[in-house]
Structures are given as structure tokens and as C-alpha cells.
Design a protein. Structure first.
Length: 691
């Protein structure tokens, strides 16, 4: 009986274990079923999408960047396709070994390695980075034959920006460069649509019009859906949405004129801006020295960057937009208009010019070539009388000068369609309080006003501001925001969208006052300081020479260009408009450290006006003399601009300047008659030195 009971208990325990095991198995199957339901039903769509994503890839299609043309259709910026050898760091085990092995198949220069390293620091490891650009066909064949040895390395076709004219108009065009880390972070704040438009894009406009018109030039990024193999290589295309190329910019600038002015400067430094006063279009926008924007497309190497960045001539500085200079005597016509407009002086008021002006115990002098005697407003402008404008500045005071001349755009941004413009300085008592921190520096001294009358002292303007102000004065008060781009051509439809200059409220200048200034400035070109330069010109122009000191000179000292370093010598300036009665062009030009205004700046202005009004290009002999500062009236046989080829740069090649075409037969320009000597620099007291 006991044995039967023990057997029953054993059977119960066995049944319990069977039930427990069955329950465990059932629970396991329940879990498995639930998991299968979760994966196959609840998460079906998600996992199906992931599976499809593993099988396919969405590849952005980078758009072709828009072209830039001059007003006559000459191509200034375009694109070309070339093959690059690229490495995806995340797919390469031994990066150094891979690069060394690749170097046995294709040439990899030290500059290529440095650029790759710099880009590697700024990018993500899964991005492919170019180790060598613009492969030759032979190099491509050698790599393709050995491709199996290099996982993570491939050849890709890329678009490269190209500036066919090399250094010509480089400050105007700017350049594109690889998007850096700071720009990537800034893009994170963009709207989602704008961010999506830059997927796959590695380059962006950095300076000039390339930067200012980035949204027009970039285009719309397309997408391509491709089926991929297990190794990630594209097998076939499933669907695509093509990219939309960027729009074409048509400039108001005449590139032949631009190239001519740059040639006239030679190795000298300076800036020139020419504007059509009838509509605000910029005809020339020159800054010298220039640089080759093609250097920046692939990422500039350290050697070239050092050469540009440490050059004493500062070739990367856009002098037309950001260089500020004292205007010197080119300021006098504006002072005269301020006097007429404010009623401080009439045109007939005569001032006795004894060549010196005393104020507060200091004596302000005149050029050695000036002549004493009574002078009205016209004679004061024609002879560039310092004493006349010293006394006028004292009568007006700094705040009235500022009030009258600020509407001309001096000391403020013009609003041109290019980023980076500076304001310059048109001083006032309030301006000085904001400019300086120390109380003794914030006070305006009456003696500081005297130098303002002849364009010295605290006056500092860009050539863009001076040209814009000259356009306003010459046109009788009509004002525009200067514009470099005259129209945008749609890349798809070809439709042209005109971008006219914004007209501002005209200045209330009296026609009789404008006539006085026009006549006086015309007198400068016929019997004044620039008469020799404009001898024989078949058109009537108005102008004003200027010579502005780059550094101050102590009281009692006499300036001598031969005794100071070249970078410390006086600047040569000239402002002009033409024709006198119905101006079609106004310009301002400066040649740094070149001395008298009539010796360096005025000859460049004469050739610009000859080109724009007569359609002629100077002879090679004439260009050489202007570069040497010896160019009075044009000499030699003028040429048709179309016969003179533009500089050209091959894709990825070095600049080459074609030999100019033979000059057409034409009569020589008449010989220049004798004229009054040009005005030398004047030495007023330095700012802040007067009691």
C-alpha cells in the first residue's frame, strides 16, 4: 500500500512537470507569435521601407551652376565636367597606405594631399573626398584596371567652376569654394526646403557676385533613386527628378572696358568705378591688383594662399567696394555745390587767394604751382584753389557740410547689389562722438574743419561712393542705387527678368547751380589741371583732379615723394563725367601712391571716356605710357575694341594673353598743347592737431 501511494505521488509530480513544461512551451510560442505579429503586422510598413532603403539609394543630383555674362554676352564664369579620384574614408582601412598605392598609378602632388587632409578634418567620414582632380584619360585607364585593389576609392564626374578670363574682373565676380564647417552650421538654421536644396552640394559662392547672387546661380538640386548591390554599388536607376541649372546673370559691366582699365593700371594699385548716371548701371568696377579666382575652385593650396594673403599690395582687398581714401581736391566740386545749395556763397563771390590761410595760430598752405589773386567759384575749381575752400569750410562748419553732402551718398553705403560694402567717413560732431571713446577725442575742434574743405582730414570714401556722388551731381540730383546685374535669364524657360536700378528721391538741386559746377569742371579739362590730358578730345567732359596724402606731415616739414617709401606717397585721384550737357557716364578713379591727379589718374579716365563715347581702344604704346605715368593726351593709332582679344585661361590651365590684333588704319590723335601744371599734394594740418 505504501508503494502504491509513493507511485501515485511520483505520477502527480510527473504530471505537474509535464503541465509546467507544456505551459512554458505554450508561453514561448505565444511570445514568438506575438513577436511575429509585431514584426509582420504592426511594423510591416517600417521594415518594408528599411528593406527598400537597403536595396535602393536616394542620390542628390547637383545642379549646374549658372553662368555670368557681361553686357555684350561675353562669358565670365561657366562650368566644365572633369573626372576626380575620390576616397570614402569610412570604407578604407589603411588610408595612408591607400594614398601611397594610388600615387603609383596617378600623380598625387603634396598640394593634393594637403587639400585632402584639410577637407577630411572638415567633413564626415562617410563622404567621398577628392584626392586628385581632373584626371587624364591615361590615369583613368590605369586606375580602372586596378580598381579591385582599392575598396572605398572610385572615379566620379564632377562639375568645376571656371573663370575663362582669369584675373580679369576677379573682385567683381568673386569665386566659389568648398563649404566649410561654419557655413554648414549656418545652414542648419535654414528652412528645410533650403537645406534640401544643398544636399550633395560641396561648393558655395564666397565673394563678389558669386556670393551675392548665390540663390540665383545655385539652381535646384535633383534626386535619383537607384538600386544598389550588397556592396553598395549602383545597379540600375529606378526613378529620377532632374536638377534645374542655376540662372544666368547678365551684368551691366563691359568686360572689354574692365580689361582695358586693368591693363592701364599695370602693376599699380587702385580702383575705378564708372556709372551711367541715367540709370545707375555700373559700367566698370575695377580693383587692382587682382587675383586668379580659379585658384580657389579646388581649394587653394598653402603656397598660393600665403602669396596672396601676405602680399604687401593686398590683392584680395576689393578696393572699389572696401577701400576708403581721402578724396583730396576731387571733393571741391561737392563743397561748391554745398555752398550754393545752402546759400553760404554765391558763384560770383570773390575770395582773395594769397596762397596761405591762417586759423587758430596755424597756417594752411597751397600747391607750389598755384597762383595768387582774386578767385570766384569757377576759377577756384579750375585752378584748384585751396584757400578758397579753406575759407568756405570755415564758414560752413562741419555739421552743415555733413548735412549738405550726406544726401549725395558720401559716408554711407550706396546699396549696390554686392555684399561687403563699407560706409566710409563723412565727419560731423555727432560722428566724432560715436567714433572715439575718450572725451578729449570726441570733441570737435574748429581747426579740424579747415582741412575738410580740400578733401583731407577725416574724409574717407570709397571710389564707388565718389562715382555715385559724381553721377548724382552731374545728372542734376537724379539718384539711383548702383547695380552690377542688369538682368537674370531663367535657365529653363529662357525668360529674361530685368533688374533695374532702384531710383531714389532726387535731390532738390537748382539747375542754375548744377550749370555752374558743370561749367567749372568743364573748365578743368580745357584750361585747368587736366587740360593737357584731355587735349584734342572731340567731346566735352567735366573733371577734377585730386592729390591726397596717404600719411600726415608735421608742421613746418615739406613733402618730398623722393624721400618717402612708395607705399607712403600721395594718392592720385580723378572724378569725371561726360558729355557735359547730357552726361552718360560718371567715374571716379584712384591710383595709390602715384602722385598728382593729372599724372596718373586722369589719363586712365581719358581712355575710359574715349572707349565709352568714341568706341576706341588705345594703342599699345599709349597703354605703356599710361602705366609709366606719362600718358597725357592719347598717342598712336586708336583701335576698334573688338579687334583686341581678351585674356583667356584654359580649363585648369595657366593664364595666357593672346597677342593683340593688328591695329586698323586710323589718323593719329592730335598732339597735346601746353597746359597748366597739375596740382601737387597739399599739406594741411593733420586731424586733431588744431587748437
Amino acid at each position: 500500500m505504501t508503494e502504491l501511494k509513493d507511485l501515485g505521488r511520483e505520477l502527480d509530480r510527473f504530471r505537474l512537470r509535464i503541465l509546467a513544461a507544456a505551459a512554458f512551451v505554450l508561453f514561448g510560442f505565444a511570445l514568438l507569435t506575438a513577436r511575429l505579429v509585431w514584426l509582420q503586422v504592426v511594423r510591416h510598413d517600417d521594415f518594408a521601407a528599411q528593406a527598400e532603403a537597403n536595396r535602393t539609394a536616394i542620390v542628390p543630383i547637383v545642379p549646374n551652376r549658372g553662368r555670368i555674362l557681361d553686357r555684350h554676352g561675353v562669358v565670365l564664369a561657366n562650368n566644365y565636367t572633369a573626372y576626380t579620384l575620390e576616397i570614402t574614408p569610412s570604407k578604407v582601412r589603411d588610408l595612408e597606405g591607400t594614398i601611397a598605392a594610388l600615387g603609383e598609378l596617378v600623380e598625387i602632388r603634396p598640394s593634393d594631399r594637403r587639400r585632402f587632409r584639410r577637407q577630411l578634418e572638415e567633413s564626415k567620414s562617410f563622404e567621398s573626398l577628392p584626392i586628385r582632380n581632373r584626371l587624364t584619360e591615361a590615369e583613368m585607364a590605369r586606375f580602372i584596371a586596378q580598381r579591385y585593389r582599392f575598396p572605398g576609392v572610385d572615379i566620379k564626374a564632377r562639375l568645376f567652376r571656371h573663370y575663362p578670363l582669369g584675373e580679369t574682373a576677379s573682385h567683381l565676380l568673386g569665386y566659389i569654394g568648398r563649404i566649410n564647417q561654419a557655413e554648414k552650421q549656418a545652414m542648419e538654421d535654414w528652412e528645410e526646403d533650403a537645406q534640401a536644396n544643398y544636399r550633395g552640394t560641396e561648393y558655395i559662392g564666397k565673394l563678389g557676385l558669386e556670393q551675392s547672387y548665390e540663390t540665383e546661380l545655385h539652381g535646384r538640386t535633383g534626386v535619383e533613386e537607384v538600386e544598389t548591390s550588397a556592396g553598395g554599388r549602383a545597379v540600375r536607376r529606378l526613378a529620377s527628378r532632374p536638377s534645374t541649372p542655376g540662372n544666368t546673370l547678365v551684368l551691366s559691366v563691359d568686360i572689354r572696358l574692365q580689361a582695358l582699365v586693368e591693363r592701364l593700371y599695370g602693376d599699380r594699385r587702385g580702383a575705378l568705378v564708372a556709372i551711367d548716371p541715367r540709370n545707375g548701371e555700373v559700367l566698370a568696377f575695377v580693383s587692382k591688383p587682382t587675383f586668379d579666382p580659379n585658384l580657389f575652385v579646388d581649394g587653394i593650396d598653402q603656397e598660393n594662399w600665403t602669396a596672396l594673403n601676405e602680399n604687401i599690395d593686398k590683392p584680395l582687398l576689393n578696393r572699389a567696394l572696401r577701400g576708403t581714401y581721402p578724396p583730396g581736391s576731387t571733393f571741391k566740386p561737392f563743397m561748391a555745390m554745398a555752398a550754393l545749395n545752402s546759400g553760404k556763397r554765391s558763384a560770383s563771390t570773390v575770395i582773395m587767394d594769397n596762397l596761405t590761410y591762417s586759423f587758430g595760430g596755424r597756417t594752411f598752405g597751397s600747391p607750389e604751382t598755384d597762383r595768387p589773386g582774386p578767385k570766384d567759384m569757377r576759377a577756384a575749381i579750375v585752378s584748384s584753389s585751396n584757400v578758397y575752400f579753406y575759407s568756405l569750410a570755415n564758414e560752413m562748419g562741419v555739421d552743415l557740410i555733413h548735412e549738405q553732402l550726406s544726401p549725395f551718398g558720401l559716408g554711407r553705403k550706396t546699396g549696390i547689389d554686392m555684399e561687403g560694402e563699407v560706409t566710409g567717413d563723412l565727419p560731423s560732431t555727432e560722428w566724432k562722438r560715436r567714433k572715439f571713446r575718450k572725451p578729449e577725442q570726441q570733441k570737435w575742434y574748429a581747426g579740424e574743419t579747415i582741412s575738410l574743405g580740400i578733401g583731407q582730414g577725416y574724409n574717407n570714401f570709397t571710389m564707388l561712393q565718389m562715382a555715385n556722388a559724381m553721377a548724382t551731381l552731374a545728372s542734376g540730383g537724379q539718384r539711383f542705387k548702383p547695380r552690377l546685374v542688369r538682368e537674370v535669364q531663367d535657365s529653363v524657360s529662357g525668360a529674361q527678368r530685368e533688374l533695374s536700378s532702384e531710383a531714389l528721391a532726387p535731390l532738390p538741386l537748382k539747375p542754375e547751380h548744377v550749370a555752374v559746377i558743370r561749367d567749372a569742371m568743364h573748365g578743368v579739362t580745357t584750361g585747368g589741371t587736366s587740360a593737357r590730358v584731355f587735349a584734342g578730345a572731340p567731346y566735352a567732359s567735366g573733371g577734377k583732379t585730386g592729390t591726397a596724402q596717404a600719411v600726415g606731415v608735421r608742421g613746418g616739414e615739406k613733402y618730398s615723394a623722393a624721400r618717402v617709401a612708395e607705399h607712403l606717397r600721395d594718392h592720385s585721384l580723378y572724378v569725371a563725367f561726360a558729355p557735359v550737357e547730357e552726361p552718360r557716364v560718371a567715374l571716379a578713379v584712384i591710383v595709390e601712391n602715384a602722385g598728382w591727379g593729372s599724372g596718373a589718374a586722369a589719363p586712365i579716365a581719358r581712355r575710359v571716356l574715349d572707349y565709352l563715347l568714341l568706341g576706341i581702344y588705345p594703342s599699345e604704346e599709349d597703354i605703356a605710357l599710361v602705366r609709366e605715368g606719362k600718358g597725357a593726351a592719347p598717342i598712336g593709332t586708336p583701335r576698334d575694341p573688338a579687334s583686341v582679344p581678351l585674356p583667356s585661361v584654359g580649363e585648369g590651365g595657366a593664364p595666357s594673353v593672346p597677342v593683340p590684333a593688328p591695329a586698323p588704319s586710323a589718323p593719329s590723335a592730335p598732339a597735346a598743347p601746353a597746359a597748366p601744371a597739375s596740382e601737387p599734394a597739399t599739406r594741411p594740418a593733420r586731424p586733431g592737431s588744431a587748437p
